[in-house]
Design a binder for this molecule. Structure first.
Ligand SMILES: [Zn+2]
Ligand SMILES: [Zn+2]
Length: 333
């Protein structure tokens, strides 16, 4: 209908007019042949039109087959044609943790989240489990806690009389984060849906997941009671780097943005000065690099080389803030 005459079905070129018989139970790869060209000067216009047409037909993906070169798959979206991962267009706001386009979704760009703090669960590692090392258990129902400790000893060999800090890491992890089978099967719906049969054994939930769940499900009084066990923790999703994964994946000359903003300005300056741009890169980033270099140089010159670019504005002294405001006026006129 659209004027195409040939297709490629499972690698074989066929005329579209022919009757094409497909086996029903098989997956087939079907391409529409949009154009065939001999590469020589003068075809630019037609090549562009054909590519545009193919990209439009196939949702921004096109296969270019060359004699001897075989198939090459191209995508106009910033997507990997092999695994399908795609990233949005890279704009300045994608690198700002103050913008929803750049911020880590887990911590909203704060780099930290309020969560159950292991150090508050076991404030004194010299105590054994039986002596009340796990703070929330020490204030809980002693009969129930006794049952739990017996179950953990029976199932995982966790000795309740050994100081918590002396237990093998594996056992401490079980107490804090839950039984290994439970942790690995968290995504398996089959297991999640059934009622745990041994809450003090192979189905042990772990102190932290338990408190986390009770906090998120609990009413205000329960949340209030759990508050002492919570603290600001480095965001596990972004590792404190505050940006979403797509932005964190971007490298400039092999370094992440956080590598640039995380070092003192005095160390950053030589890195920036020696950064060499190719002709193409210079067209893209030359002006920006010039401004960045000038400002960093200025800040070093006025004596705040010990600061990092990632330093929160609220933590600066009056004098530091003043010098930074001056730096922002350089080169931006
Ligand atoms: Zn890929
Ligand atoms: Zn985060």
């Amino acid at each position: 209908e659209r004027g195409f005459t040939r297709a490629r079905v499972d690698g074989q070129f066929v005329a579209i007019d022919d009757e094409i018989v497909l086996e029903r139970r098989k997956n087939h790869s079907i391409d529409v042949l949009v154009d065939r060209l001999i590469v020589k000067s003068g075809i630019e216009r037609r090549l562009t039109d054909s590519l545009e047409l193919a990209l439009k037909l196939a949702d921004d993906v096109v296969v270019i087959n060359t004699l001897g070169g075989g198939d090459r798959l191209f995508s106009r979206k910033m997507a990997c044609p092999t695994c399908g991962i795609s990233i949005p267009e890279m704009t300045p706001r994608a690198f700002s943790f103050n913008s929803p386009h750049g911020a880590c979704a887990e911590c909203q760009g704060l780099g930290a989240v309020y969560d159950i703090d292991p150090a508050r669960i076991v404030p004194d590692e010299s105590l054994s489990l039986a002596q009340g090392a796990v703070r929330p258990w020490a204030v809980g129902d002693s009969g129930l806690v006794g049952e739990m400790l017996a179950g953990l000893e029976r199932t995982f060999g966790i000795d309740p009389t050994v100081p918590f800090g002396k237990l093998p890491k594996k056992q401490r992890d079980i107490v804090l984060h839950g039984a290994p089978t439970r942790r690995t099967s968290r995504t398996s719906t089959a297991r999640k849906d059934r009622t745990p049969r041994e809450p003090f054994g192979v189905d042990f939930e772990g102190v932290i997941p338990n408190l986390r769940r009770r906090f998120s499900e609990g009413a205000w009084p329960e949340q209030e009671a759990l508050e002492p066990f919570r603290a600001l923790q480095t965001c596990a999703s972004c590792g404190g780097h505050r940006l979403k994964p797509e932005s964190r994946a971007v490298r400039v000359k092999g370094r992440r943005l956080s590598d640039y903003v995380g070092v003192p300005l005095s160390d950053l300056q030589p890195v920036l000065e020696t950064l060499e741009l190719s002709e193409r890169e210079h067209l893209i980033a030359g002006r920006v690099m010039k401004e960045v270099r000038e400002r960093v140089r200025f800040l070093n010159d006025v004596g705040v080389g010990y600061l990092t670019l990632g330093r929160g504005a609220a933590t600066l002294s009056g004098g530091e803030g003043q010098r930074i405001r001056l730096a922002t006026q350089i080169g931006s006129t």
